[in-house]
Design a protein around this ligand. Structure first.
Ligand code: NAD
Length: 514
């Protein structure tokens, strides 16, 4: 059990109003982070990993209480909180524990023959103080996976959760399992104004997950200070279902991909393209499946779909559905909130969609499944790539050669073949988008190294030897270098021998005064 009370801060009425930071407070937070990072730089990776191990154990132990807080703040159904949030976090922690040493250790790289006798190394150094700004849809998973990757890489971290799901006190409680971790990670509450104050303090990097609208503002502010930014933004992800699939499995998979977390996932299925031969059957089966789903939050693990976290998001979803209907689309099921609870939007199946409807051009971020027919592979790839977004996709076909080909043709950051949203399930795979879905990668080796700066080191012996490319430049040296280039890039089987002779000649010339 968590010994301190984790107070509920429901969406509508946080217990304590979230006051935004003053510039003075932001400066104090950065000063503390600077001290923490300096302390951290004297400690080993093993110490950070030991803290992570304690945190992992603590999350496992206290998962029920954590899920209570999550469900209260987000209106998720309990299984979404358990699987996508808690299990997702634990998988990522375990991956860090197993892989961080290898990825972050100093690396020896090859040195070319022209630099004979020298050795080359790459050192992965922490960046300093990293600012992580998070959204409300997966407040635990997105928060903890990015915070811990940055911390394990050796950075002090300042974390600003969404003001809609601050889960006040929870993160502090978790980091308190380890004193070094608690000292190195600060949680700062408030709206975007607090985040702006923090950016003004010039973090070494901003890692942002949220909307494209906010991403643009952050990029603009960071440009002033040349602060590097990773942007994990929204999506309009497609499922492409060819006519050779196992129908029942692909319907169930696509429906889950569209409705998990009540559709409030950046990589939710937001457009379903089904090949014409199975279109009618697919739609009929999808309707049957959707109508069986149970909506609830605060459940015991037996509800399928939770509520909407943000009232304004519910309005966006409904407006898109109504707009599509007004323009000729057919709502086969859903299209409204539950009669007895307006925070639950009924899973909505919709057909007769046209490319110019808001439902096709803007992120929906709600429990809506638009299904469209297509005929050929080329046609569907063109439709998908016409989107301004490019986060992820799923491709469904028994013909793996075709599925692999389509996966490679899609302009996006991740593709699951014969499954859905599953690249996120493997912590070894990097996650991130293209186009309006942003850039930069989190998770996997690339994500972890994204919280480091590589430093290149070349080691030479302290010898008597003078480098031939140093002064003085002479005609004989010039001609020897010229000959070296000619030999080095030739196809002569004896080129190594010839290069050694030229090398000796250059060494002799280098010793001569002008
Ligand atoms: P949002 O952009 O409204 O807010 C995200 C965070 O940015 C919040 O913490 C907010 O306080 C902060 N913020 C607001 N204004 C700011 C400013 N001017 N400067 C700095 N920070 C500011 O996004 P949201 O509504 O919380 O989240 C939903 C969006 O996030 C969706 O578009 C979704 O697709 C996207 N998302 C993307 C990923 C991904 O990995 N690609 C994952 C989850 C969510």
């Amino acid at each position: 059990m968590l010994d301190n009370q984790l107070e509920s801060s429901s969406l509508a009425q946080p217990l304590e109003p979230l006051l935004d930071l003053s510039s003075r407070q932001a400066a104090d937070i950065f000063a503390r982070a600077g001290r923490a990072q300096s302390n951290l730089s004297k400690l080993t990776l093993d110490i950070r990993l030991a803290g992570l191990r304690k945190l992992l154990d603590y999350v496992v132990e206290n998962r029920d209480d954590i899920i209570d807080v999550l469900c209260r703040e987000t209106r998720k159904c309990r299984t979404d909180a358990l699987v996508s949030e808690v299990l997702g976090v634990l998988d990522n922690f375990e991956w860090l524990l197993k892989n961080a040493r290898k990825i972050l250790r100093e690396k020896r790289v090859s040195t070319p023959i022209t630099l004979l006798g020298k050795r080359s190394r790459i050192v992965h150094e922490p960046l300093g103080t990293v600012l992580i700004i998070a959204p409300w849809n997966y407040p635990l998973h997105i928060g903890l996976t990015s915070i811990l990757a940055a911390y394990v890489a050796g950075n002090a971290v300042i974390f600003k959760p969404s003001e809609l799901t601050p889960m006040q006190g929870l993160f502090e409680k978790l980091f308190a399992v380890d004193p070094v971790m608690a000292d190195s990670i600060q949680v700062v509450y408030g709206t975007g104004k607090s985040a702006e104050q923090l950016i003004e303090q010039k973090p070494a990097k901003v890692f942002f997950t949220g909307s494209a609208r906010t991403g643009r503002k952050i990029l603009h502010q960071c440009a002033e200070h040349l602060i590097p930014v990773d942007l994990e933004l929204g999506g309009k992800d497609q499922a492409i279902v060819f006519d050779d699939v196992n129908l029942e499995r692909s319907v169930k998979g696509v429906i889950w991909g569209a409705l998990t977390n009540a559709g409030q996932s950046c990589s939710s299925v937001e457009r379903v393209y089904v090949q014409s031969g199975i279109y009618e059957q697919f739609v009929a089966l999808a309707q049957q499946e959707i109508e069986k789903l149970v909506l609830n939050s605060g459940d015991a693990g037996n509800a399928d779909v939770g509520g909407m976290t943000a009232d304004f998001q519910l309005d966006i979803v409904h407006r898109q559905v109504i707009d599509a209907q007004a323009k000729g689309a057919r709502i086969l099921t859903g299209g409204a909130t539950l009669l007895d609870n307006e925070l639950f939007y009924r899973p909505t199946l919709i057909t007769g969609i046209e490319d110019d409807m808001a439902l096709m051009t803007q992120e929906t971020f709600g429990p809506v499944v638009p299904i469209l027919p297509f005929n050929t592979e080329d046609e569907v790839v063109d439709c998908c790539n016409a989107s301004a977004f490019g986060l992820s996709a799923s491709v469904w076909s028994k013909n793996l050669a075709r599925a692999n080909r389509v996966a490679r043709r899609l302009e996006c950051g991740a593709v699951s073949i014969n499954n859905v949203m599953l690249t996120e399930g493997n912590p070894a795979l990097p996650f991130g988008g293209t186009k309006l879905s942003g850039y930069g990668r989190q998770k996997g080796e690339e994500g972890l190294l994204g919280y480091t700066r590589s430093k290149s080191i070349l080691i030479d012996k302290d010898s008597q030897k003078l480098e031939p490319n140093w002064y003085p430049y002479t005609r004989s040296k010039y001609l020897a270098f010229d000959q070296l280039i000619k030999t080095m890039f030739s196809h002569n089987p004896l080129k190594l021998l010839k290069m050694a002779i030229i090398g000796l000649k250059l060494e002799t010339i280098a010793k001569r005064p002008r």
